[in-house]
Design a protein around this ligand. Structure first.
Ligand code: SF4
Length: 397
């Protein structure tokens, strides 16, 4: 069921199309209630243009009519490509300050996964193999749930919210199919699949890639500065983005083979073309990017070698496929320890935070519990007394 915003004109030129979007946004914003807007912002081109149009629409209404709060929400998976997360944090800080200076009701927030669900706690702690196309455990934990938690919190307080996203049909065939199936329109809203009371709105739905790039190249951001850094990031990385993701269906470029900005650890793709693109473009930080690139390649190699994995799954069950081949379990503890050691070395070498102390604490806790389970399992199997080792519980510094 969609709620029409009532703008039916077909518009031909890009300025007309942009004006039509501003008009729809202004009309929705001026409605006589105070339900907040949340703008999904990844720092990529689509969400940047969306925010620009939202800003212009809100700035265009009388100050006394600016009653609805606008929250710009970015997501940090904690394994974002360092250049991308720096751009996201910097731009959100500039946006927040400029909005305050101009007296606009626009605020910013960054969501993160729960510490016990981060990439490193999953891989190094629980031994999950780095994500594959068929076992993409990361998108939910690191992108969808953190955003949904914030949405639920705000919707609980205000009863209703509007979530604005920069999705466009022209992004990919998958995106087009999903948007068509849900009858997404630039002039109407759809209910959020998971959060009751939240409606989703995609004002850019029918813009082309060219529309987006031309606008960003021709118009400076209303919060100050230029889009040069964003355009250079894309040029160097050679492509798209891993957007702020709300459902798996909406994440065709998250972990896809298209060049995109995503997690630097992403092993869903065989080749990380965005990191490679940055390195090959002779970026000033190419050497640092190369070190991350090599670490990711090493994770891929570890994943492909079955001897690195336990023969049973975390629940203690051995599993076979229908063809009789074995489904291996998580990484063995010694492999998880190797990953942590190498990651800490890399963190030291780059002088860049790659894993948080809180994640390490959580990892030690999971290891400690895994060791107890492992001892118990062995004692049942071999009828030997269980002994728990304390060495994993030592703080890792
Ligand atoms: S970029 Fe890759 S690792 Fe990160 S959430 Fe998307 S699929 Fe997962």
């Amino acid at each position: 069921m969609t709620a029409s915003l009532g703008l039916n004109d077909e518009v031909e030129t890009l300025p007309d199309r942009l004006n039509a979007i501003r008009g729809v946004l202004r009309k929705e914003y001026r409605k006589r209630h105070s339900y907040p807007w949340l703008v999904a912002y990844s720092g990529g081109k689509d969400s940047t243009l969306l925010l620009q149009l939202v800003w212009e629409a809100v700035a265009g209404v009388q100050p006394k009519e600016r009653k609805r709060r606008v929250l710009v929400v970015g997501n940090d998976t904690l394994v974002e490509s360092p250049l991308v997360i720096r751009h996201l944090k910097k731009s959100l800080s500039v946006i927040g300050s400029a909005a305050e200076d101009e007296g606009l009701p626009i605020e910013t927030e960054i969501t993160q996964p729960c510490i016990d669900q981060t990439f490193w706690v999953s891989v190094i702690g629980r031994g999950y193999i780095p994500p594959t196309r068929n076992f993409r455990w990361c998108t939910d934990r690191m992108k969808i749930l953190p955003t949904n938690r914030l949405l639920e919190r705000i919707t609980h307080d205000t009863k209703k919210t509007v979530l604005l996203i920069g999705s466009r049909r022209a992004e990919s065939q998958n995106r087009r199919r999903t948007m068509d199936r849900r009858k997404v329109s630039s002039k109407s809203m759809n209910p959020h699949g998971k959060v009751k009371g939240c409606r989703m709105f995609s004002p850019l739905a029918d813009l082309s890639d060219n529309d987006v790039w031309i606008t960003l190249m021709q118009r400076k951001p209303p919060w100050g500065g230029t889009h040069r850094e964003l355009i250079t990031l894309y040029r160097n990385a050679g492509g798209g983005e891993c957007p702020l993701v709300l459902t798996k269906e909406q994440a065709p470029s998250c972990g896809s083979s298209s060049p995109r900005f995503g997690c630097w650890t992403c092993t869903v793709v065989q080749k990380d073309r965005s990191l490679r693109g940055l390195i090959d473009s002779g970026h000033p930080e190419a050497e640092r990017m190369e070190a991350l690139f090599e670490f990711r390649e090493w994770l891929l190699e570890l994943r492909e070698n079955d001897s690195n994995r336990q023969s049973v799954r975390r629940d203690g069950n051995a599993k076979q496929r229908s063809d009789g081949s074995r489904v291996y379990g998580p990484f063995k503890i010694e492999i998880r320890k190797q990953i942590l050691e190498k990651l800490l070395k890399l963190q030291h070498q780059l002088d860049e935070q790659l894993i948080l102390p809180a994640e390490i604490e959580c990892i030690e806790d999971v290891w400690w519990r895994d060791e107890i389970c492992e001892d118990a399992r062995q004692s049942l199997d071999r009828n030997i007394p269980a002994t728990t080792s304390s060495k994993w519980a030592e703080p890792v510094t």
